[in-house]
Design a protein. Sequence first.
Length: 255
Amino acid sequence: MNSNILTEWINPIYLNQEYINNLRETIKSKPEIKYLTLDHFFIEDKINSMIEDHKKLSFSEKLDRYSHNGDILPYDSSLYWMNNLNVGYELLFSNIWFKYLLNFFSKKNIDGYYTEVKIRKHRENSNGFWIHTDSKRRKIVFICYYNRNWTVEDGGLLQLWRVDECNCEKTIKVEHNCNNKMDYLNNVRLNVSSPGGGFSGNFSDENSHDLVLIDQILPLYNRIFLCDLSANETYHSVTPTKMKERNGFVQWIYS
Protein backbone atom coordinates (compact mmCIF):
# COMPACT_ATOMS: atom_id res chain seq x y z
CA MET A 1 0.00 0.00 0.00
CA ASN A 2 1.46 3.35 -0.99
CA SER A 3 0.62 7.00 -1.44
CA ASN A 4 2.56 10.21 -1.03
CA ILE A 5 0.91 11.31 2.20
CA LEU A 6 1.20 7.87 3.80
CA THR A 7 4.89 7.56 2.93
CA GLU A 8 5.48 11.06 4.32
CA TRP A 9 3.99 10.14 7.67
CA ILE A 10 4.19 6.43 8.40
CA ASN A 11 7.09 4.12 9.25
CA PRO A 12 7.70 2.15 6.01
CA ILE A 13 7.33 -1.24 7.72
CA TYR A 14 3.66 -0.44 8.38
CA LEU A 15 3.09 0.25 4.69
CA ASN A 16 4.29 -3.17 3.58
CA GLN A 17 1.20 -5.18 2.59
CA GLU A 18 2.75 -8.51 3.59
CA TYR A 19 3.43 -7.10 7.05
CA ILE A 20 -0.10 -5.68 7.23
CA ASN A 21 -1.43 -9.14 6.36
CA ASN A 22 0.53 -10.54 9.31
CA LEU A 23 -0.94 -7.87 11.56
CA ARG A 24 -4.43 -8.76 10.32
CA GLU A 25 -3.85 -12.32 11.49
CA THR A 26 -2.66 -10.98 14.84
CA ILE A 27 -5.94 -9.10 15.19
CA LYS A 28 -7.93 -12.22 14.29
CA SER A 29 -6.06 -14.19 16.94
CA LYS A 30 -7.32 -11.95 19.73
CA PRO A 31 -10.02 -13.92 21.58
CA GLU A 32 -12.30 -10.97 22.31
CA ILE A 33 -11.19 -7.37 21.72
CA LYS A 34 -9.73 -7.02 18.21
CA TYR A 35 -6.79 -4.63 18.55
CA LEU A 36 -3.17 -3.86 17.80
CA THR A 37 -0.49 -1.94 19.65
CA LEU A 38 2.30 -0.74 17.35
CA ASP A 39 5.50 1.12 18.26
CA HIS A 40 7.51 3.68 16.25
CA PHE A 41 4.46 4.13 14.05
CA PHE A 42 4.99 7.63 12.65
CA ILE A 43 8.15 9.03 11.13
CA GLU A 44 9.75 10.95 14.00
CA ASP A 45 9.90 14.34 12.29
CA LYS A 46 6.17 14.13 11.64
CA ILE A 47 5.04 13.10 15.10
CA ASN A 48 7.37 15.69 16.62
CA SER A 49 5.83 18.40 14.46
CA MET A 50 2.38 17.33 15.69
CA ILE A 51 3.52 17.41 19.31
CA GLU A 52 5.00 20.89 18.97
CA ASP A 53 1.86 22.18 17.24
CA HIS A 54 -0.45 20.65 19.82
CA LYS A 55 1.51 22.14 22.73
CA LYS A 56 0.32 25.58 21.62
CA LEU A 57 -3.40 24.76 21.73
CA SER A 58 -5.92 25.89 24.32
CA PHE A 59 -7.53 22.78 25.81
CA SER A 60 -11.03 22.72 27.29
CA GLU A 61 -11.84 20.61 30.34
CA LYS A 62 -15.49 21.58 30.03
CA LEU A 63 -15.79 19.97 26.60
CA ASP A 64 -14.42 16.65 27.86
CA ARG A 65 -15.70 16.42 31.43
CA TYR A 66 -19.26 17.68 31.20
CA SER A 67 -22.35 16.28 29.50
CA HIS A 68 -24.68 18.34 27.33
CA ASN A 69 -26.92 18.96 30.35
CA GLY A 70 -24.01 20.07 32.54
CA ASP A 71 -23.45 16.90 34.58
CA ILE A 72 -19.84 16.10 35.41
CA LEU A 73 -18.61 12.92 33.73
CA PRO A 74 -16.15 10.33 35.13
CA TYR A 75 -13.53 11.19 32.49
CA ASP A 76 -10.80 13.46 33.85
CA SER A 77 -9.17 15.11 30.84
CA SER A 78 -9.33 18.13 28.56
CA LEU A 79 -9.52 18.33 24.78
CA TYR A 80 -9.12 20.31 21.62
CA TRP A 81 -11.04 19.28 18.50
CA MET A 82 -8.62 18.90 15.60
CA ASN A 83 -9.35 21.14 12.59
CA ASN A 84 -7.72 22.00 9.29
CA LEU A 85 -5.30 24.45 10.94
CA ASN A 86 -3.62 21.69 12.96
CA VAL A 87 -0.60 19.63 11.96
CA GLY A 88 -1.80 16.12 11.14
CA TYR A 89 -5.19 17.13 9.75
CA GLU A 90 -4.08 16.54 6.16
CA LEU A 91 -3.38 12.89 7.00
CA LEU A 92 -6.06 12.00 9.53
CA PHE A 93 -8.96 13.42 7.52
CA SER A 94 -7.90 11.99 4.16
CA ASN A 95 -9.69 9.18 2.34
CA ILE A 96 -6.42 7.31 1.80
CA TRP A 97 -5.95 7.23 5.58
CA PHE A 98 -9.47 5.81 6.06
CA LYS A 99 -8.67 3.11 3.49
CA TYR A 100 -5.38 2.38 5.23
CA LEU A 101 -7.01 1.85 8.63
CA LEU A 102 -9.88 -0.21 7.23
CA ASN A 103 -7.35 -2.44 5.46
CA PHE A 104 -6.16 -3.76 8.84
CA PHE A 105 -9.63 -5.19 9.36
CA SER A 106 -10.14 -6.38 5.76
CA LYS A 107 -12.70 -3.66 5.16
CA LYS A 108 -12.39 -1.95 1.80
CA ASN A 109 -15.39 0.28 1.12
CA ILE A 110 -15.02 3.72 2.74
CA ASP A 111 -18.39 5.04 1.52
CA GLY A 112 -20.31 6.59 4.39
CA TYR A 113 -17.34 6.71 6.77
CA TYR A 114 -16.49 9.94 8.58
CA THR A 115 -14.25 10.91 11.48
CA GLU A 116 -13.48 13.16 14.41
CA VAL A 117 -10.21 13.66 16.27
CA LYS A 118 -9.75 14.75 19.88
CA ILE A 119 -6.33 16.05 20.84
CA ARG A 120 -6.38 15.12 24.51
CA LYS A 121 -4.54 15.98 27.69
CA HIS A 122 -4.71 14.28 31.09
CA ARG A 123 -3.43 16.62 33.79
CA GLU A 124 -0.94 15.63 36.47
CA ASN A 125 -2.68 13.66 39.22
CA SER A 126 -5.81 13.13 37.13
CA ASN A 127 -8.60 10.96 38.53
CA GLY A 128 -8.66 8.57 35.56
CA PHE A 129 -11.33 7.39 33.11
CA TRP A 130 -14.17 5.17 34.29
CA ILE A 131 -14.80 1.89 32.44
CA HIS A 132 -16.90 2.54 29.34
CA THR A 133 -17.61 1.50 25.77
CA ASP A 134 -17.33 3.59 22.59
CA SER A 135 -18.86 0.93 20.34
CA LYS A 136 -22.46 2.17 20.26
CA ARG A 137 -21.82 4.42 17.24
CA ARG A 138 -18.11 4.29 16.52
CA LYS A 139 -16.53 1.58 14.35
CA ILE A 140 -12.76 2.03 14.64
CA VAL A 141 -10.54 3.87 17.12
CA PHE A 142 -6.96 4.99 16.53
CA ILE A 143 -5.01 6.40 19.50
CA CYS A 144 -1.53 7.90 19.35
CA TYR A 145 0.56 8.72 22.42
CA TYR A 146 3.15 11.51 22.82
CA ASN A 147 4.73 10.61 26.17
CA ARG A 148 8.49 10.05 26.34
CA ASN A 149 10.07 7.99 29.13
CA TRP A 150 6.69 6.98 30.55
CA THR A 151 6.67 4.25 33.19
CA VAL A 152 4.03 2.06 34.80
CA GLU A 153 4.46 4.09 37.97
CA ASP A 154 3.37 7.23 36.08
CA GLY A 155 -0.14 5.76 35.70
CA GLY A 156 -2.35 6.70 32.76
CA LEU A 157 -2.53 3.12 31.48
CA LEU A 158 -5.16 2.25 28.88
CA GLN A 159 -7.00 -0.79 30.24
CA LEU A 160 -9.09 -3.35 28.36
CA TRP A 161 -11.82 -5.33 30.13
CA ARG A 162 -14.17 -8.21 29.40
CA VAL A 163 -17.44 -9.12 31.09
CA ASP A 164 -17.31 -12.36 33.08
CA GLU A 165 -20.54 -14.37 33.33
CA CYS A 166 -19.51 -15.66 36.74
CA ASN A 167 -19.61 -13.36 39.75
CA CYS A 168 -16.84 -13.99 42.26
CA GLU A 169 -17.59 -13.33 45.92
CA LYS A 170 -14.13 -11.83 46.47
CA THR A 171 -14.47 -9.35 43.61
CA ILE A 172 -14.28 -5.69 44.66
CA LYS A 173 -17.61 -3.95 44.07
CA VAL A 174 -17.24 -0.33 42.95
CA GLU A 175 -19.34 2.60 41.84
CA HIS A 176 -17.51 5.46 40.17
CA ASN A 177 -17.27 8.87 41.79
CA CYS A 178 -16.43 11.72 39.41
CA ASN A 179 -14.57 13.66 42.09
CA ASN A 180 -12.27 10.92 43.42
CA LYS A 181 -9.20 9.17 42.08
CA MET A 182 -10.11 5.82 40.56
CA ASP A 183 -7.27 3.91 42.18
CA TYR A 184 -9.53 0.82 42.31
CA LEU A 185 -8.84 0.44 38.58
CA ASN A 186 -5.52 -1.10 39.63
CA ASN A 187 -7.42 -4.28 40.55
CA VAL A 188 -7.69 -7.04 37.94
CA ARG A 189 -11.33 -7.87 38.71
CA LEU A 190 -14.15 -5.46 39.57
CA ASN A 191 -17.90 -5.80 40.06
CA VAL A 192 -19.74 -2.86 38.49
CA SER A 193 -23.29 -1.95 37.59
CA SER A 194 -22.81 1.20 35.52
CA PRO A 195 -20.05 1.18 32.90
CA GLY A 196 -20.22 4.14 30.54
CA GLY A 197 -22.50 3.12 27.68
CA GLY A 198 -24.05 0.41 29.83
CA PHE A 199 -24.01 -3.34 29.42
CA SER A 200 -25.34 -4.85 26.20
CA GLY A 201 -26.07 -8.21 24.62
CA ASN A 202 -26.58 -10.93 27.24
CA PHE A 203 -25.80 -8.36 29.95
CA SER A 204 -28.27 -5.62 28.98
CA ASP A 205 -29.86 -5.39 32.42
CA GLU A 206 -29.58 -3.32 35.57
CA ASN A 207 -27.62 -5.93 37.52
CA SER A 208 -23.96 -5.68 38.38
CA HIS A 209 -21.44 -7.89 36.60
CA ASP A 210 -17.80 -8.78 37.04
CA LEU A 211 -15.30 -7.19 34.68
CA VAL A 212 -11.90 -8.83 34.26
CA LEU A 213 -8.81 -6.90 33.18
CA ILE A 214 -7.30 -8.49 30.05
CA ASP A 215 -4.59 -5.99 29.05
CA GLN A 216 -2.94 -2.67 29.90
CA ILE A 217 -1.19 -0.41 27.39
CA LEU A 218 1.55 1.98 28.43
CA PRO A 219 1.02 5.36 26.65
CA LEU A 220 4.55 5.61 25.24
CA TYR A 221 5.83 8.12 22.70
CA ASN A 222 4.94 7.15 19.11
CA ARG A 223 2.95 4.12 20.22
CA ILE A 224 -0.46 3.64 18.65
CA PHE A 225 -3.50 1.60 19.61
CA LEU A 226 -5.84 0.50 16.81
CA CYS A 227 -9.10 -1.33 17.54
CA ASP A 228 -12.19 -2.60 15.73
CA LEU A 229 -15.00 -1.30 17.94
CA SER A 230 -17.63 -3.04 15.82
CA ALA A 231 -16.37 -6.48 16.93
CA ASN A 232 -17.73 -6.16 20.50
CA GLU A 233 -18.29 -3.68 23.34
CA THR A 234 -14.55 -3.10 23.95
CA TYR A 235 -14.87 -1.94 27.56
CA HIS A 236 -11.88 0.21 28.48
CA SER A 237 -10.63 2.70 31.06
CA VAL A 238 -7.59 4.82 31.93
CA THR A 239 -5.88 4.66 35.32
CA PRO A 240 -5.12 7.88 37.26
CA THR A 241 -1.94 9.73 36.36
CA LYS A 242 0.70 10.62 38.93
CA MET A 243 3.18 13.48 38.54
CA LYS A 244 3.24 13.70 34.75
CA GLU A 245 0.89 15.14 32.15
CA ARG A 246 -0.32 12.53 29.62
CA ASN A 247 -0.81 13.64 26.00
CA GLY A 248 -1.88 12.27 22.65
CA PHE A 249 -4.86 12.13 20.34
CA VAL A 250 -7.78 9.80 19.69
CA GLN A 251 -9.50 9.36 16.34
CA TRP A 252 -12.85 7.65 15.86
CA ILE A 253 -14.13 6.39 12.53
CA TYR A 254 -17.91 6.29 12.14
CA SER A 255 -20.15 4.83 9.48
